[in-house]
Design a protein around this ligand. Structure first.
Ligand SMILES: [Zn+2]
Length: 350
């Protein structure tokens, strides 16, 4: 087992940065570890136009620490009213790298999401034609479907029919959480891939209830049974190019998490790559971390891999207990206060 590992500078292919004070508080953590990130468009109101994406991108750049080398990759939030021409124009001029499908009411700030995928047939056909990736939050929102089954039902009733209608559409199945999802992606050909979060690799559903209710382990899609976690772990560490890093780091103030009706989301940005290193190390797959973190993602998106590198060492690193948000509130990171087994020791941004 090596004690030191140098990989190409990694990217985060699924990230929530929020806006305003939260953006300023969380962005330095991601910019420190990753060269690029796919930035989710679920602000309130959501990013639906190229103009809004460019303005948000400018706010992200303005919030970067000095000397940071970080490129935000912007996404469009699809609604029932999305226009194929406007989306294609935004993709052509680089305002958007991809478009995100949130089924309406699936997660944080998704009320404006798509109510029926057939409402956006024309948009999806155009995306397939121009090679614009579709990023999917893959859960049905029908409350009659058990929350632990919503991903599998989405795959059977929406994703598989979509893949057969539009086989050339490039799809990223975001934050895969089940055996069913990884099987679908692995067997789905070259036009589908999936991101996997550190928390879905580390937690099963017991973690939400261990020693009492654990609001900081509540996220959407919700963490699943142990056999699903093991399937994710096997896929992430297999070297299979269908799978790559996406943290789904989703900051919420402690006051919004530790309350009745606490909101969904896990803020893992402060120790994202250290968590993944620990996971790959425990699986005996450190030699495959680079493919997952730095190579498979850009290959799928048709982008160059980063020029720089990141060196990790088997040495303790402590996750911050809290990250200050503003004068009143803070954000509690995933595994707050814990000591992880890996540390970043060197970064070459070249
Ligand atoms: Zn997300």
């Amino acid at each position: 087992m090596p004690d030191r590992l140098t990989i190409r500078r990694p990217d985060d292919w699924h990230l929530h940065l929020r806006d305003g004070a939260a953006l300023k508080a969380v962005l330095p953590y991601t910019a420190h570890q990753f060269g690029r990130a796919i930035v989710m468009p679920n602000l309130s109101p959501p990013i639906t136009t190229a103009v809004a994406a460019q303005a948000y991108r400018a706010r992200i750049i303005a919030a970067l620490p000095a000397n940071a080398d970080f490129t935000p990759l912007m996404t469009a939030y699809l609604t029932d009213d999305s226009d194929a021409d406007a989306l294609a124009a935004g993709f052509a001029d680089g305002a958007f790298v991809a478009a995100k499908l949130y089924p309406a009411h699936a997660t944080t700030n998704s009320a404006a999401g798509v109510t029926d995928i057939r409402n956006i047939d024309a948009v999806l056909e155009r995306m397939a034609e121009i090679g614009m990736p579709l990023l999917i939050h893959g859960e049905v929102t029908d409350h009659r479907v058990d929350i632990f089954d919503r991903e599998a039902v989405f795959i059977d009733t929406i994703l598989l029919p979509l893949m057969s209608r539009l086989p050339t559409l490039r799809i990223v199945f975001e934050h895969a959480t089940t055996e069913h999802a990884v099987t679908c992606v692995r067997e789905g050909g070259a036009n589908i891939a999936a991101t996997i979060t550190p928390h879905h690799l580390l937690l099963n559903r017991n973690a939400m209830f261990q020693g009492g209710i654990q609001p900081h382990h509540y996220c959407l899609p919700i963490v699943k049974r142990e056999r699903h976690r093991l399937a994710l772990l096997e896929s992430a560490t297999s070297g299979d190019p269908h799978f790559f890093l996406g943290t789904d780091s989703a900051p919420h103030a402690v006051s919004a998490k530790e309350t009745v009706c606490g909101c969904a989301g896990i803020f893992n940005a402060p120790s994202a790559i250290e968590n993944y290193a620990e996971i790959f190390d425990a699986a005996g797959a450190l030699d495959r971390l680079e493919a997952f973190a730095s190579i498979n993602g850009p290959r799928f998106y048709g982008l160059p891999v980063n020029a720089g590198s990141l060196t990790l060492e088997r040495a303790p690193s402590v996750v911050p207990a809290l990250v200050k948000l503003d004068d009143r509130d803070a954000i509690r990171p995933f595994r707050a206060g814990e000591t992880l087994g890996w540390s970043i020791v060197e970064e070459d941004l070249s």
